[in-house]
Design a protein around this ligand. Sequence first.
Ligand SMILES: *Cc1c(COP(=O)(O)O)cnc(C)c1O
Length: 247
Amino acid sequence: MTLTGIDRRAELAGNLERVRDRLARACAAAGRSPAEVTLVAVTKTYPAADVRHLAALGLTDVGENRDQEAAPKAAEVGGLPGPAVRWHFIGQLQRNKAKSVVRYADVVQSVAGVRLAGALGRAAERLRERPLDVLVQVSLDGDPARGGAVPGGGVAEEDRVLDSVLAAVAAEPALRLRGLMAVAPAEEEPAAAFARLSRVVAAVRAAYPEATALSAGMSGDLEAAIEHGATHVRVGSALLGARAPLR
Ligand SMILES: *Cc1c(COP(=O)(O)O)cnc(C)c1O
């Protein structure tokens, strides 16, 4: 490893220790075991070398939000020595990207449309050997333009109604419905949004008992998410550093 590679790995190790410490405290406060919570490192805008450093440090769940960036990064990481990495796709996804994403993703956390579920199911059936794990993204502000399917229905177009999206995923033989994902709205206290989410989770689990995962919480609000039952937290900046703003 080059000297800068060693420095970067040490920096990531320090950040990881701080994040794991926050997770441990949040779990203790909530009376939960840290073993119930999977840390997903959101590596968007950061290079394949950082994914390899994190994997060497024992963090092998990685999240990306744009196919144009994730596809080449996953290919590059796959060509480097080191432990296998699990790729979580966490961004808004266009149907025409389904064929690309099913080739490298282990989990798609951001399924929020009936037609997208169909496109992913067809692509997974043709291009994968194993089923694709899927989380359905729930909108917590009722505005599907900002990502997520809308609970309750009535307001959204049929494609974006939560119950319809869940049924569409469950009907695809090459998809496995594993749970829900959500992002807290910027203009609301995260704890209030996650409390609302936990009621949606309870209703969904009653209908789909295998849908046990809840992906919620990021660098700024992971404590509130753990308090409200998150099984996966998606942490970017607290692990990797502040991202350069998108052009
Ligand atoms: C970027 C991103 C994250 C990570 O955000 P941080 O605030 O950097 O931890 C989590 N979830 C989604 C969907 C993201 O796009």
